[in-house]
Design a protein around this ligand. Structure first.
Ligand SMILES: Cc1cc2nc3c(=O)[nH]c(=O)nc-3n(C[C@H](O)[C@H](O)[C@H](O)COP(=O)(O)OP(=O)(O)OC[C@H]3O[C@@H](n4cnc5c(N)ncnc54)[C@H](O)[C@@H]3O)c2cc1C
Length: 347
């Protein structure tokens, strides 16, 4: 009898989970293991702002109930960090020193927020927004009508900003060249898009460079505020929360030494295969060769990421499908004069 193939997937986000579901459909006898650093099962990050609509229990945000994984014989190893990949022996090395063999590997490890070197030491005084506990902490720090200062601010930040203003909070964006990232908008073309943000109640300030974030004592003159944002020049600003949004950095440290090509992301062909015959990549971690653009590009957003997981699973099971690399993904302004990005669309 043929031995079932062992598929390993690093990452339980939209890309990794979609791939696991497709692999189960296409190879019913296989062993599928999803390895994730996350403590919880797959929660869509796009749904995190629902904490501002009263969602108080992470179970309400699970994309699939726990029994789904059991029913589909998908093993999810949570709170497990991959520290390295050994391509000669086809093994994953976990941070806790265990090894795991695979026949085929999908890397869907996504990315984390990029932080400029000069601001890294102030991270403990800033609020991240990538997990349910981050989101709940943010809501608690803001109370009924809080004040948020956003640094950057990319489309992930602006996605959150629109939920925050709808929930009655005060949001100011200290913009730099990463405003609207990954959309590439020339500085001379930003005015209508900035106006659209202002229509949505988001204040945008240009030309002020943040250099430090400090904690302040809320019983002092600062009143209810607990953070001070210091700029290179001019008066500091007080707020409840300071949040960085400087674009995403692919999470792939553990792939160094895995004998695959890396630029900023994991380099793959339009079939999502790396330079190693047994390794594919999908989602925010990979940079895909675009014949139209004659370069490797990232393809962000829920629809792209999910499609990559789908397609990678097909190709890992014998297909030769190519991802559509000719895309426009334009930033738009709605009839109501508000901003709309295709990167905000999700199911
Ligand atoms: C609030 C919010 C709003 C967003 N809105 C937008 C938006 O509007 N538009 C947009 O383009 N993007 C948005 N994003 C980004 C969005 O999360 C991604 O585009 C998409 O979810 C990426 O999916 P992914 O499966 O590639 O990776 P992720 O969802 O990031 O999943 C990565 C997985 O890999 C795991 N992992 C990483 N490293 C390791 C390791 N070493 N060992 C084990 N496991 C590991 C993680 O635990 C996680 O399970 C948003 C993100 C947030 C937080």
């Amino acid at each position: 009898m043929k031995k079932p193939l062992r598929y390993a997937i690093i990452g339980s986000g939209a890309a990794g989970t979609e791939a696991a579901c497709q692999l189960r459909l296409r190879d019913p006898e296989s062993e599928i293991t999803v390895i994730t650093a996350s403590k919880l099962q797959f929660i869509s990050r796009y749904d995190l702002p629902r904490v501002f609509e009263g969602v108080d229990d992470w179970r309400e945000l699970l994309v699939y109930p726990p029994e789904f994984y059991e029913d589909n014989r998908i093993t999810v190893r949570r709170n497990t960090w991959v520290a390295g990949v050994n391509p000669r022996e086809n093994k994953l090395n976990f941070r806790h020193k265990e090894e795991m063999s695979y026949d085929k590997l999908l890397v869907a490890s996504g990315g984390g927020g990029y932080m400029p070197e000069a601001l890294r030491e102030f991270l403990p005084y800033m609020n991240p927004f990538s997990t349910f506990s981050n989101a709940a902490r943010l809501r608690d720090s803001l109370g009924k009508k809080g004040k948020v200062l956003m640094l950057g601010s990319d489309m992930v930040g602006l996605d959150l900003a629109r939920y925050l203003t709808s929930a009655g909070h005060d949001v100011t964006v200290y913009a730099n060249e990463l405003l609207f990232w990954p959309h590439e908008i020339k500085p001379e073309d930003t005015a209508p898009y900035v106006k659209a943000l202002e229509t949505m109640g988001i204040k945008v300030v240009f030309g002020r460079k943040p250099v430090a974030v400090e904690p302040v004592n809320s019983s002092s003159k600062a009143g209810k505020y607990t953070r001070r944002l210091v700029f290179e020049k001019g008066k500091a600003e007080l707020a409840n929360v300071v949040m960085p949004f400087y674009g995403l950095m692919p999470a792939l440290d553990f792939m160094i030494g895995a004998n695959v090509d890396i630029e900023r992301g994991l380099l793959v062909n339009p079939e999502l295969k790396t330079t190693n015959d047994r390794i594919w990549a999908a989602g925010d971690v990979c940079q895909i060769w675009s014949p139209e653009e004659n370069r490797y590009s990232f393809y962000y957003g829920w629809n792209n990421v999910k499609e990559m997981g789908h397609l990678a699973a097909h190709n890992m099971t014998g297909d030769n499908r190519e991802i559509k690399t000719a895309q426009t993904n334009e930033l738009k302004i709605t009839k109501k004069g508000e901003l709309h990005s295709p990167y905000w669309e999700h199911d």
